[in-house]
Design a protein around this ligand. Structure first.
Ligand SMILES: [Zn+2]
Ligand SMILES: [Zn+2]
Length: 110
């Protein structure tokens, strides 16, 4: 089994807002990175990344997380030949991106 953290993958797979537009609260992770809602205990930690030369700690509310993981998964399935083929025969895909997205949907897409 791989031990890769899904939070790191999430950052790479989801459409984050333009880094230049992040507020101080979004960089520090006190507001949702997508809709700037003040975050509580159920916030999803998205990991760390460089935001305009600073270390950002983006976090998201569950509603945004659900919308973006399901949207990204659907968009990926529509354009990835590997995932389309695997889905057609009913097997788990060998596509790393597809598998990572499916994991996120299982975790947050409800
Ligand atoms: Zn949000
Ligand atoms: Zn794929």
């Amino acid at each position: 089994m791989e031990t890769t953290s899904s939070s790191v993958e999430a950052l790479a797979l989801l459409p984050l807002p333009d880094l230049a537009s992040w507020s101080e609260q979004q960089i520090r992770g006190t507001f949702c990175v997508w809709d700037s809602v003040a975050l509580g205990a159920t916030a999803v930690d998205l990991g760390q990344l460089d935001v305009n030369g600073r270390i950002g700690f983006p976090r998201a509310c569950r509603l945004c997380m659900r919308a973006h993981v399901t949207g990204s998964d659907a968009a990926h399935r529509a354009m990835c030949e590997q995932c389309v083929d695997d889905q057609a025969v009913g097997s788990e895909t060998v596509c790393d991106t597809g598998r990572a997205l499916r994991r996120l949907v299982l975790e947050y897409g409800r």
